[in-house]
Ligand binder design. Structure first.
Ligand SMILES: *Cc1c(COP(=O)(O)O)cnc(C)c1O
Length: 381
């Protein structure tokens, strides 16, 4: 199967000879109407009924008891980690194969990431690597779970559901419970993805979503904190609204808070997008099935959802066994106006994180060299 075959096939899927982006938003519902309503109401900023409505829609959809909207997914992660107790001098175990926002949020808390490997199939945090790291490199003390090498406290475990493919959450939850560590899920890419019938982002103490322009649904920019804990939800709301003590007119703030609240304008877009979500997911699943059938006769492998999970197929992921063929495919697709991307450069190779402790990263290194994302926008007719 040559790059030319693949280019022709993708052009047929999208029925166009124009540039094909990797993932573009679809506004085919009530987006314009809700935005106009929002403008007419004059409540365009962080107070307004669309914010509450959007939060209720996401809570109901994911099954989380509480959903707190934020300006973006990075801010949601920052607050989630802070609420889990991550602070200066702490360490957070995460995966090197992720978007940089995961690690930056750890840094915003004054903590450092520790990197362990991902699994080949889900491309998310490997439970085996987590168990091995915690068993070999940590000790339980009164101060918590201590990293024997650095002497620092491990404050949380932060897996990420890569491209919407859920990690093995039952094992991750079990290991975190065993070592008494809070589990925070970076579910930025996995709205509409389920593990054993339960929505991703609802397994840990807290989970976070992103509604950036390239995600499954978008609010322009936006994010959400999910939790089942009423006290944490209240703290999340407080911290994201400058820690203002509620009062009709007085300014009283009881700690250093953040201006992280999602504006009503963005939430209006979010309400319309949530209404569209089932259609978007159905279209993306159909697209993934077509890609899978097309590549079945090649030596390339389209990544499909692990057993007992439902993926949102945010970005279709192709594994090309021969790295030079992968590189050639990337170059030719992009040259032909069919946008495709490699997976992220591993976090362990970025200047800010190259000195962080890392375990054996065999799978992450392999995936970095063999993965390519294909155009994945929903096709709505
Ligand atoms: C998109 C994304 C985020 C959050 O990004 P924002 O642009 O801040 O909304 C966080 N983690 C991962 C893995 C992401 O893909």
């Amino acid at each position: 199967m040559t790059p030319e075959h693949i280019i022709r096939y993708i052009r047929e899927l999208y029925q166009t000879e124009d540039f094909i982006p990797l993932h573009e938003p679809r506004f085919a519902g009530n987006e314009k109407q809700y935005l106009l309503n929002c403008i007419d109401s004059t409540f365009v900023s962080s107070v307004g009924s669309y914010v509450t409505r959007f939060e209720d829609m996401v809570a109901k959809y994911t099954g989380a008891n509480f959903a707190i909207a934020t300006v973006n997914g990075s801010a949601a992660l920052h607050i989630a980690l802070k609420l889990a107790g991550v602070g200066p001098g702490d360490e957070v175990i995460t995966q090197p194969l992720t978007f940089v926002a995961t690690c930056n949020a750890i840094t915003y808390c004054g903590a450092r990431p520790v990197f362990i490997d991902v699994e080949r199939q889900s491309m998310g945090m490997s439970p085996d690597s987590l168990l091995q790291f915690l068993s070999q490199h940590t000790t339980q003390t009164e101060a918590g779970c201590i990293n024997k090498r650095s002497g620092n406290r491990i404050a949380a475990v932060l897996p990420m559901h890569t491209f919407g493919f859920p990690c093995q959450l039952d094992r991750l939850v079990q290991i975190c419970t065993q070592f008494q560590l809070p589990l925070i899920e970076d579910a930025a890419e996995s709205l509409g993805s389920y593990y054993h019938g339960q929505h991703t982002g609802t397994f840990g103490l807290l989970g976070t979503l992103s509604f950036n322009g390239n995600k499954t649904i978008t609010t322009g920019g936006g994010g959400m904190i999910l939790t089942n804990d009423a006290a944490l939800a209240q703290r999340a709301r407080h911290l994201t609204t400058t820690a203002k003590v509620p009062h009709p007119y007085e300014f009283q703030h009881d700690e250093v808070g953040y201006n992280y609240r999602l504006p009503n304008l963005n939430a209006a877009l979010g309400c319309a997008q949530m209404e569209m979500l089932p259609r978007l997911l159905a279209s993306k699943r159909a697209l993934a099935l077509e890609y899978a059938a097309f590549f079945a006769s090649s030596d390339h492998e389209l990544v499909t959802e692990p057993d007992q999970t439902l993926a949102n197929y945010w970005l279709n992921t192709l594994i090309v066994p021969d790295q030079s063929k992968r590189d050639l495919l990337l170059q030719q697709l992009n040259a032909a106006g069919v946008m495709s991307r490699p997976i992220w450069t591993l976090m362990t190779k970025l200047a800010m994180y190259q000195d962080c402790q890392a375990g054996d990263l065999t799978q992450a290194l392999w995936l970095e060299q063999h993965v390519i994302n294909l155009p994945s926008s929903a096709r709505l007719t």
